[in-house]
Design a protein around this ligand. Sequence first.
Ligand SMILES: NC(=O)c1ccc[n+]([C@@H]2O[C@H](COP(=O)([O-])OP(=O)(O)OC[C@H]3O[C@@H](n4cnc5c(N)ncnc54)[C@H](O)[C@@H]3O)[C@@H](O)[C@H]2O)c1
Length: 260
Amino acid sequence: MALITGAARGQGRSHALALAAEGCDIVALDVPKAMSVLTYPLASEEDLRLTAKLVEESGRRCLALPVDVRDPAAVQEAVEQTLAEFGHLDVAVANAGVVQTGPLASVTEEIWDTLVGTNLTGVFHTLQSVLPPMRAARFGRIIVTSSMGGRMGIPEQAAYNATKWGVIGLARSVALEVAKEGVTVNVVAPCTVQTPMVQPDPEQEVPDELIRRFARHNPIPQPWIQAGDVTRAVVYLATDPGVLTGVIMEIGLGSSARLP
Ligand SMILES: NC(=O)c1ccc[n+]([C@@H]2O[C@H](COP(=O)([O-])OP(=O)(O)OC[C@H]3O[C@@H](n4cnc5c(N)ncnc54)[C@H](O)[C@@H]3O)[C@@H](O)[C@H]2O)c1
């Protein structure tokens, strides 16, 4: 069975459906309320219910829980509920994340805390809660969602990129801690993905000037990738026999070719 944070829509929903197709029952977590500093809406409870419905229609069970990954007790309780319901926890995808762009001078304490709270501390909470049962079972596949923003500097994206660099350090260090115990910890680092995070209004084409600017530098000339492009990497890492850990899988339209 697989637990996925930020599973109500976007990449998280795509991962949930693909892991269900691989035979996993799903625990889908997502935040129940808005974050006022963000310029776009987060998922709704209806979105979360739809993920559960789609998983169930595919023939697997789905426990959908409104959980804010910034709340360690809520994440811990969700893992306990998972174990009570399913008896084991094989895969965890720490995917929940938020973005806010703008020059450093525009990053308020509240924006910084919101980004760090979800993108970095939220992953810390998820790892801390899922690791004990995985270590006890001597099996686990953990996938952490970073970003190509976690592989390079990007102007006007300093706070977000700091969190996405941060989770790589977290994931790779924990990967080494548990490498002898049957638990792997790997990272996916997507470039811009066409999800509600960057396209809140599906009627709009590529809405954000920043995204348009990135797209001009993509070695493979397309503005963004699809959630399913990231999901293939997640499924690969989730179904790996246990020979990959501490790996960063860059899904970057060739942009990683520019990195040292
Ligand atoms: N879309 C992109 O261009 C892009 C690129 C690289 C990396 N990412 C990362 O991919 C991940 C998935 O993003 P997405 O593109 O599917 O965007 P999205 O906004 O559609 O999905 C993110 C989900 O996380 C949920 N969420 C946010 N804060 C939460 C919290 N505190 N607790 C629980 N759930 C929370 C949201 O409600 C939403 O359902 C994020 O970590 C994001 O930073 C996105």
